[in-house]
Design a protein around this ligand. Structure first.
Ligand code: GLY
Ligand code: MN
Ligand code: MN
Length: 471
């Protein structure tokens, strides 16, 4: 039997999660998994991904299923596959077998959910067809997940409480996702010495993820234009003087994610200017991770990263002034315009379907400051949280050429000095940091991030090219 039989220890963990939810939510809860979307007809679907809220409590990536929880009891609603489906999909586990694997008390066909929806709370799923079913069966308009109301808001808050601090089963899965992403990055560095395009490096990296029977946790970024923050094009040729930025993460079969970025020189050696900026991004990364422990405000970690970047840019002569004052006026954000990171778990930006309800402590709202507006997490950190730390330096033309910014920051930027860093477009270093009772454990620590170590993993492109020509 497929995935269902592979996870023997799941029911205990799942029961524990469901028990905790029952303590926090007094109404019945119904969570839908969602269904696949056809590319051109239903039997040729886009890859299916179950809703993460469903996965957290059901444990299995079922399609077109729902679970109902009431007073600690779990009911599964899904249809058995029709007999003719075995021709296309082989023998499928029955509803009863699936229910046993997830530790459900009862299992019913999907249509029986209709009579069991009174007073039930839910979370709106992304998939529109399923969302329509949610509204129809609950006989009300379910507010979108980023703006839940009433009993749905109570449920969303409870889910945030549970999902933002990981249990040991989740951490075991997150470690697996981290290990495979580490292997993917090492393969990417190695492939760069002979690759001709970004696409070839992407192929080497995603090949590792696929070979471990995992999927990418998000669309990979593998680009020599790291200044385009979510660049999803892979056609550029690799040139000797380029830096290649790779933001690639893996997702386990049960849905748990990793999220790693490394930036390495295509030639195998950083130029002096690239090295200067790389080292200052790494200094910000290390300073942030050093300070993480339970109780610290993530916003302060962000501001620390911003200050280290501002300080480094002053030392390099790119910014002028006192680093604290520069951060106060958001001058760091000219080059580090995003937040220092986010929650990581079943999703890469975990729980962000719930909007800032998850990321922001009650009573706090997002700042409209240029240097704080993209801060995705503004809470004190707690043991069990997994966060990314991902400072960066980018030369984004749309920011640096904005007339109002030129006006506001004209006197604090040494534009001539900046022009000397022509071979740096974008650098980011991103690791996955688990908050522990005593401080941190970096789940991605086995992937080196120091410049010399990165050079050691990359190999020598000039040498590889010369060798290939000779052959
Ligand atoms: N991979 C997206 C991010 O780092 O936030
Ligand atoms: Mn990230
Ligand atoms: Mn990333």
């Amino acid at each position: 039997m497929h995935i269902v039989s592979n996870y023997n220890s799941l029911p205990t963990t799942l029961q524990h999660r469901r028990q905790k939810l029952t303590e926090l939510v007094k109404t019945p809860v119904i969570l839908w998994s969602g269904e696949s979307v056809g590319r051109n007809f239903p039997a040729n679907p886009f890859p299916f991904r179950a809703s993460s809220h469903f996965l957290y409590f059901a444990g299995l990536p079922l399609e077109n299923a729902a679970i109902r929880l009431e007073e600690g009891k779990l009911e599964l609603f899904m249809d058995d596959a029709p007999a003719e489906a075995t021709l296309w999909h082989g023998e499928m586990p029955t509803r009863e077998e699936i229910a046993a694997a997830m530790g459900a008390d009862r299992a019913y066909p999907l249509t029986e959910l209709r009579g069991k929806t009174a007073n039930a709370a839910t979370v709106a799923v992304q998939n529109f067809k399923t969302y329509q079913q949610q509204c129809q069966l609950l006989n009300r308009t379910v507010a979108l997940a980023n703006a839940p109301e009433g009993i749905d808001l109570v449920l969303a808050k409870a889910i945030i409480t549970l999902r933002s601090c990981h249990d040991s089963e989740a951490i075991a899965e997150l470690r697996k996702a981290a290990a495979v992403a580490i292997a993917a990055h090492k393969a990417g560095m190695k492939a760069t010495s002979t690759a001709k395009t970004e696409a070839e490096v992407r192929g080497a990296m995603e090949g590792i993820i696929i070979a471990h029977n995992m999927t990418c946790a998000y669309s990979s970024i593998v680009t020599v234009h790291g200044e385009v923050l979510h660049n999803e094009h892979y056609h550029h040729p690799l040139q000797l003087g380029d830096l290649l930025l790779a933001d690639v993460g893996a997702e386990t079969a049960l849905g748990w994610a990793s999220d790693i970025t490394r930036t390495w020189p295509v030639s195998g050696r950083f130029s002096p200017t690239q090295r200067d900026i790389y080292d200052l991004v790494l200094a910000a990364h290390d300073a942030c991770i050093d300070k993480i422990r339970p109780g610290i405000e993530y916003r302060d970690i962000h501001l620390l990263g911003a200050t280290v970047i501002a300080e480094g840019l002053v030392n390099l002569g790119i910014l002028k002034g006192n680093p604290a004052d520069l951060v106060e006026m958001d001058a760091h954000a000219l080059f580090f315009p995003h937040g220092i990171g986010h929650l990581l778990g079943l999703d890469v930006h975990d729980l962000e379907d719930l909007g800032d309800l998850a990321g922001y402590e009650e009573g706090r709202i997002r700042s409209d400051r240029f240097g704080l507006g993209y801060l995705r997490l503004d809470r004190p950190l707690r043991a069990g949280m997994l966060v990314t730390i991902e400072p960066g330096f980018y030369k984004v033309p749309a920011i640096l050429n904005r007339p109002d910014f030129r006006n506001k920051y004209g006197n604090v930027v040494n534009w001539e000095r900046l022009a000397q860093f022509a071979d740096v477009r974008g650098i980011r270093i991103e690791d996955d940091v688990l908050v522990t009772e005593s401080g941190t454990e970096v789940l991605t620590a086995d992937l080196p991030n120091k410049a010399e170590e990165i050079e050691g993993l990359c190999g020598d492109r000039q040498h590889a090219i010369a060798r290939d020509r000779y052959i």
